[in-house]
Design a protein around this ligand. Structure first.
Ligand code: APR
Length: 246
């Protein structure tokens, strides 16, 4: 692993034909969404096994909705930040083939990225657990949770809870992209959660260069990362993309 900088990242991006990005909560911190495991993270206030496990949601939906409403309020006020826009620009330049995001905040899509693989779903979508139909959030009254579908089923944000599988189509697309890219940007993730944290290893096993952008080293850094850029995603990506475009 080598400590790197935006100028070197611009050179790596200049040479890549098919980059991929794996993003985590850290890329959205500059949009006002605290990371999960950081100082003010959601998991420092809510035990994830008690509030973010599918069994908890099914057995006590009213309790889990307390956490979900806080997450929803945070996401609603968030807007894409320079890091999201830099990745959208890399896609427009034909450098970035796609983003695999663990985030459910829809900010990559709002920043204009087109190929976004929602590995953990999307909190802007809602689904009935009985009839499986997708429900327009505009028709939902969040002042009266839990929410139930007209079929009587429980409505859930379309996000992957602990204890649930990754949506098969997203899982397949993510591993296809990881195994076909020649460079993977791993941005703002602690790499604490499987199977997302297997993706950099899959990319590396298929010959990709691993470039990690984070405020601090993670459990990936020592084992898989080739170039480590310490700092904020917004500042590093904006500088690297500007150098690449100049
Ligand atoms: N720029 C770059 N990295 C940052 C920034 C920033 N501005 N701010 C924080 N980070 C880094 C932190 O150092 C940390 O390594 O982002 C990472 C955030 O880690 P987590 O809070 O664990 O979030 P994430 O890795 O996305 O969690 C993965 O766990 O709880 C589940 O489903 C949830 O998708 C989530 C998954």
């Amino acid at each position: 692993m080598k400590n790197s900088n935006p100028a070197e990242l611009a050179e790596l991006l200049r040479r890549t034909q098919a980059a991929a990005a794996l993003t985590g909560a850290g890329i959205s911190v500059e949009s006002g969404i605290p990371s999960f495991r950081g100082a003010h993270g959601l998991w420092t206030r809510y035990n994830p096994m008690e509030y973010a496990h599918i069994d908890a949601f099914l057995s006590n939906p009213a309790k889990v909705w307390r956490m979900l409403l806080e997450l929803d309020a945070t996401i609603r006020q968030a807007r894409p930040n320079p890091a999201h826009y830099a990745l959208a620009e890399l896609e427009k330049m034909g450098k970035l083939k796609g983003i695999i995001t663990q985030n459910v905040d829809n900010l990559h899509q709002e920043a204009g990225s087109r190929n976004v693989i929602e590995f953990h779903g999307n909190a802007r979508r809602f689904v009935c657990l009985r009839c499986r139909r997708t429900i327009d959030p505009a028709t939902l009254d969040f002042s009266h949770v839990p929410l139930y579908c007209s079929c009587g089923g429980l409505i859930k944000p379309d996000i992957v809870f602990f204890g649930e599988e990754i949506p098969p189509a997203a899982n397949r697309a993510a591993f296809d992209l990881a195994e076909s890219c020649d460079l993977m940007l791993v941005i703002g993730t602690s790499a604490a959660v499987m199977p997302a944290n297997i993706l950099p290893k899959a990319a590396k096993n298929h010959g990709a260069i691993i470039v990690e952008i984070n405020l601090e080293p993670t459990e990936l850094t020592r084992r898989f990362t080739d170039y480590f850029l310490e700092g904020s995603a917004g500042q590093i990506l904006t500088e690297a993309v500007a150098l690449l475009a100049s």
